[in-house]
Design a protein around this ligand. Structure first.
Ligand code: SAH
Length: 385
């Protein structure tokens, strides 16, 4: 099967962008979606191969710039390349994102490894249709005890796919324990958020632990990744999340690591920060790691107001020289927007703010230079004077 790009689409492809949108493709009506197609420029020259999606606004996702056979061995090689990168980069670690979709040249496939267990997301029709093959290749690559399918991410809807989850290979215990630095975190791969944990923040949890001191606050704590690392240095940590199951998991993780200085609060962070400001409270270290407020471009302005509110409050609450570790995982807010928001918060809080580190997702979440969308996580270490 062949699809022909518009001139604009062909320029985009040649410019290195791995996604081609609907408006730049004329595709035969016979394509149902999920096919591997030859991609041609308007003059009929072959530019490579891609996965085709019929429903999605993103019609093509690049697989190769040549015409090599896309068969079982092709997928085996791509999986092996991704896995080898993690093994070399994170020796001795057994929890990492093994496959990061487009950034590992496997569009629509996300695989998180938690020791002997995998959590997998099949996010586009072409990957969904090859689920059995991919599962078999993953079992071959990892000899894992169990695989959970976490294809309940909302992006599946944009591809016309229903939400699904369940165990698709072997068996998976209710909680799986992963190491993070010197600590252990128990997570639930089937019922937890995302694939059980936010592996993209693992390296930042450890960094936050190094900066933490005095009274510390971990806002949007989930299972306590930041709070627990900070508890090793800070005198007192308060972890806040609005989800009761998340708070139960934080408490279990605090107990597991025998930490005596962590309080867990099930509350709305917006209300909590406002009340703490009104009460004149002070903290020495604050982590903000909210969910993606901006789900699309249109929601960006509203979401920036949300980010600003919590960052402004945190700056007001910090003692001079205190650290603010502030994240945003929204694809639609780039570093420039994020820094402008921080500056506006600092101006309203009347505080000088130093940028100490500009961080992103961990190294097991590579960023594709040509695909800004893979640069979604911002994690800034700021010092508030
Ligand atoms: N910091 C975590 C990940 C946070 S994910 C980590 O590093 O692993 C975002 C969390 O914010 C979720 O656990 C969600 O339950 C919580 N949340 C969402 N809105 C909230 C709100 N308004 N107040 C408090 N928690 C909220």
């Amino acid at each position: 099967m062949e699809v022909v790009l518009s001139q604009r689409g062909a320029s985009r492809w040649m410019g290195g962008h791995p996604w081609i949108f609907q408006s730049d493709v004329s595709s035969p009506a016979t394509l149902a979606g999920g096919e591997i197609v030859r991609v041609c420029d308007p003059r009929g020259r072959c530019l490579g191969q891609a996965f085709y999606s019929r429903v999605s606004k993103i019609s093509l996702r690049r697989l190769s710039r040549d015409e090599q056979p896309v068969d079982e061995d092709f997928f085996r090689r791509r999986i092996q390349a991704a896995v080898q990168l993690r093994r070399a980069m994170l020796p001795g670690e057994s929890t990492w994102r093994a496959i990061h979709g487009d950034a590992d040249e496997l569009p629509g496939l996300v695989v998180d490894r938690y020791g002997d267990y995998l959590a997998v997301q099949f996010l586009i029709p072409a990957i969904e249709q090859r689920r059995e093959l991919l599962t078999r290749l993953l079992v071959e690559a990892f000899a894992c005890h169990g695989i959970v399918n976490r294809s309940d991410a909302s992006v599946r809807g944009l591809e016309g796919l229903p939400a699904e989850k369940g165990v698709i290979h072997g068996s998976v215990p209710e909680t799986v324990v992963m190491r993070e630095g010197q600590l252990e975190l128990a997570v639930n791969l089937l019922e937890g958020q995302k694939t059980g944990a936010f592996l993209d923040q693992r390296e930042n949890h450890i960094i936050a632990g190094r900066y933490a001191r005095g009274r510390a606050l971990d806002c949007f704590s989930y299972v306590g990744g930041f709070a627990l690392q900070m508890a090793r240095r800070a005198t007192q940590v308060t972890a806040i999340d609005s989800s009761e199951p998340a708070c139960a998991q934080i408490r279990a993780n605090v107990a597991r690591n025998k930490l005596g200085n962590v309080d867990v609060l099930c509350a709305n962070v917006f209300d909590f920060l406002r009340a703490e400001c009104d009460a004149g409270k002070r903290y020495d270290t604050i982590v903000l790691d909210p969910p993606a407020f901006a789900k699309n471009k249109a929601a960006r302005d509203a979401s920036l107001r949300g980010y600003k509110e919590i960052n402004l409050r945190a700056m007001q609450l910090l003692t001079p020289g205190g650290y603010l570790i502030s994240s945003s995982c929204s694809h639609h807010i780039d570093e420039e927007h994020f820094e402008a928001m921080l500056q506006s918060a600092a101006a309203d809080a009347r505080r000088e703010v130093q940028i100490i580190e500009r961080r992103g997702a961990g190294r097991d979440h590579p960023v594709l230079l040509a695909l800004r969308e893979t640069r979604y996580l911002k994690c800034y270490v700021l010092r508030v004077l």
